[in-house]
Design a protein around this ligand. Structure first.
Ligand SMILES: [Zn+2]
Length: 316
């Protein structure tokens, strides 16, 4: 179909990049195997790729880099983006779609397991049930839960008779949580069950008996009105003890001087507490506080730490 796709996922121990490359070749796509999102902008000019696979933040950074070199992302050859590698908020996706002016499709892969992906209908992630069996258990792994309820993803590899695999999973606990959206046929014609964007259990923290996830913080950052000032890069830290907890949210600004800090803070607090009555009460009682820092470009702590940015750090 003439698609040329830049894969930014790293090749090597990560099976995702290699598996995507093999799959793309089977359906006649050309792959440009960059392995990371810091490739030179001339790759876009010279090869005119139609798609890029990368994480939300790397695709945002690439867009800023292209702009600084005089290429407007919406005017480039890119027709769609595939986001993966970590869980993200719908607000972050909406912003990424706006920056590039193309649709962004979600994928989910567990390191040991399999890839799930969205189709053009964006109605949940398709689970490839011919390759893997996915169960959703309650948090203590005692029993299955009903479709529509949130639980832990447990995977089992399916093999045809005589088939082989490098990594066989039997009732493997992924530490990720999701909700089964439906087992009905999708409007795209596929019959796979579909799940909500999974969240990492390791990115969930508890304050006064109430949980929230890194993605909840991200949702507060990426509110539409905030994005005139912010780049989207953020980090959050939890401090305190059993009596009082403080969430410090640090956000990178395009230009700190012209930022409407009060507006951003209010948008954040309103969104963050909206569906969390327990935390809302704690906020009113003064046992849960939120403070905000607005930094200049590359002013966040994670820029000085190697490896994948840790965006929600519990320092209690
Ligand atoms: Zn579909």
């Amino acid at each position: 179909m003439g698609d040329r796709v830049v894969v930014c996922a790293s090749y090597g121990m990560n099976v995702g990049a290699n598996t995507m490359t093999l799959a793309a070749q089977k359906i006649g796509m050309t792959i440009i195997p960059e392995g990371k999102c810091t490739f030179p902008v001339r790759i876009i000019k010279n090869y005119s790729p139609t798609g890029i696979v990368g994480s939300v933040f790397k695709l945002l950074r690439l867009a800023r880099r292209m702009e600084s070199e005089g290429i407007k992302p919406p005017e480039s050859s890119i027709k769609r983006l595939i986001a993966g590698g970590e869980s993200f908020s719908e607000e972050a996706r909406t912003y990424l779609e706006k920056v590039w002016d193309v649709p962004v499709y979600n994928t989910y892969g567990s390191t040991e397991g399999t890839m799930c992906g969205e189709c053009i209908k964006k109605a949940g992630l398709h689970v490839p049930e011919d390759l893997v069996h996915l169960d959703v258990y309650n948090p203590k792994l005692e029993n299955f839960i009903k479709d529509g309820e949130c639980g832990r993803i447990v995977l089992t590899t399916l093999l045809p008779i005589g088939g082989k695999t490098g990594n066989l999973l039997i009732n493997y606990d992924t530490d990720d949580t999701t909700v089964v959206v439906t087992r009905d046929k999708c409007k795209c014609g596929r019959t796979h069950m579909r799940i909500l964007n999974p969240q990492r259990e390791s990115e969930t923290v508890w304050v006064g008996g109430f949980p929230f996830n890194r993605v909840d913080v991200e949702q507060g950052v990426f509110q539409q009105d905030n994005m005139d000032c912010l780049t989207g890069e953020y980090e959050a830290f939890l401090y305190g003890d059993e009596d009082e907890t403080t969430l410090r949210v640090r956000m990178e600004c395009k230009n700190p001087e012209s930022c409407d800090n009060d507006l951003i803070e209010n948008n954040f607090i309103e969104t963050f507490l909206k569906y969390k009555p327990g935390l809302q009460q704690a906020h009113i009682d003064g046992t849960f506080n939120m403070i905000f820092d607005f930094t200049e470009s590359e002013g966040l702590e994670f820029y000085r730490v190697k490896g994948r940015p840790k965006r929600l750090v519990d320092r209690r």
